[in-house]
Design a protein around this ligand. Structure first.
Ligand code: AMP
Ligand code: MG
Length: 405
């Protein structure tokens, strides 16, 4: 343990994990498989968007004449539908064409008026524009994106809109970082899988399920191991297997000061520990290091703590590997409507619900805040980010982290 940073601030812990980034490979995936992934390269658009000047609405297109008076009757020179090139339609002075949303503006036109502001006389083949046609109802070639301009950068988290944008830019497949395989190893003699009957002293193992969901939310692949009993041999064997088959190992439990806190004891003796204990509450026991060169987070056993530590330490570590710009929780201001107990030395993360009011977001703390009370997290909207020494009085405006996933 000598020299291993102990009870560090969150910023110190983040700085230490930044010194040991995980390395991932890259691959190309079809767009259907790109959701939730992270780009491994900047993506320049392959085309102009729009690719051609086109009408933003259904209506009539003509040449814009600043000197004309309205209403103005023009003769109809034809119709242009989406996907039809209007080249064969020649629009001269005194003429207009019927045009559909998204259809190319034919030569000789520079403005359009939506159909609701026009009167058509089919027999006379004329249209009367009740007001001036609008040049800004024409979507200009390249006004959204020019071919060659980079719209999505390396590390971009592929949200549905971004996957759609890749298609707009002409990509059928995109280069992404490979998903990290993240081992999840729960420890504890008392843990049994849900679905079995509890014997006295046993509890259902829950951390691995929640953590697996968080890993998937972050865009990576969870690999859930069966819970490991509190013996050094069993734990060593599980760590060997996890470290040799996965890119990152998460353990839960066994990192406190107790006699059976074997993860900490084994990492101290046989692993390479970079820090132990962080000034956050709940969730102060975690450790970070490597096991045979594979990065490892020892998360606390208490269910709320393991989730909180994932969000504060593991998620940033995963984002670091891919330069990811998401997913990440929003940090917003909220006013405390219940008193929240802060501490002198730790960042305090209480589970609160949020209500939106004309005065801003209001944070309530309706639940008992034990770190074993997973229901308090399941029913929460956000975590307080109460700084050491901040009062936590009713009426105080504080930062909160809005929970997603
Ligand atoms: P530990 O850090 O191992 O002392 O565990 C702290 C508390 O969390 C104890 O009450 C454990 O029973 C509980 N706990 C540990 N691991 C899990 C788990 N995987 N699922 C649910 N509860 C757990
Ligand atoms: Mg334990």
């Amino acid at each position: 343990m000598d020299g291993v940073p102990y009870f560090v601030t969150l910023d110190e812990a983040l700085a230490l994990i930044h010194q040991h980034p995980m390395e991932l490979g890259v691959e190309r995936v079809p767009l259907d498989e790109a959701h939730g992934r992270h780009l491994s390269e900047d993506l320049p658009s392959l085309v102009d968007d729009p690719a051609f000047d086109n009408s933003a609405m259904d209506g009539f297109a003509c040449q814009y004449d600043p000197d004309a008076n309205y209403p103005l009757t023009l003769s109809l020179a034809g119709t242009v539908a989406a996907a039809k090139i209007g080249d064969n339609v020649v629009v001269g002075p005194g003429q207009a064409v019927r045009i559909m949303t998204g259809a190319p503006m034919p030569p000789g036109t520079s403005a359009m008026l939506p159909i609701e502001r026009c009167e058509v006389d089919e027999t006379a083949a004329t249209v009367t524009l009740l007001e001036a046609p609008k040049p800004h109802f024409v979507r200009k070639q390249g006004e959204n994106l020019r071919a060659g301009s980079v719209a999505l950068r390396q590390g971009a988290h592929m949200t549905p809109a971004r996957v759609g944008l890749c298609a707009t830019m002409g990509y059928e497949t995109v280069p992404v970082w490979q998903r990290a395989r993240v081992a999840i190893v729960s420890t504890g003699d008392e843990l049994v899988p849900p679905g079995t009957k509890l014997a006295p002293g046993e509890i259902y193992e829950s951390n691995s399920y929640g953590l697996a969901g968080l890993v998937a939310w972050a865009g990576h692949t969870p690999v859930r191991f069966s819970a490991v009993s509190d013996t050094e041999e069993a734990l060593r064997e599980a760590l060997e297997k996890a470290a040799s088959t996965c890119d990152l190992v998460l353990t839960s439990g066994g990192v406190s000061m107790g006699e059976f806190d074997l993860v900490r004891a084994l990492m101290e003796r046989e692993g390479d520990m970079k820090f132990w204990r962080v000034k956050i509450r709940p969730g102060s026991p975690p450790l970070f290091g490597t096991w045979n060169g594979t990065p490892l987070f020892g998360l606390p056993g208490n269910p709320v703590s393991s989730h909180v530590v994932f969000r504060l330490l593991v998620a940033p570590f995963l984002r670091l590997a891919t330069g990811a710009d998401g997913p990440a929780e929003w940090r917003v201001r909220a006013q405390l409507r219940d008193r929240v107990k802060s501490t002198n030395d730790c960042l305090t993360l209480r589970r609160v619900t949020l209500t939106s009011t004309p005065e801003g977001l209001m944070a309530h703390q309706p639940r008992h805040q034990g770190s074993g009370n997973l229901e308090s997290l399941a029913s929460a909207d956000a975590l307080t980010l109460l700084q050491p020494g901040q009062s936590g009085e009713v009426g105080e405006w504080i930062d909160v982290m809005v929970l997603q996933a």
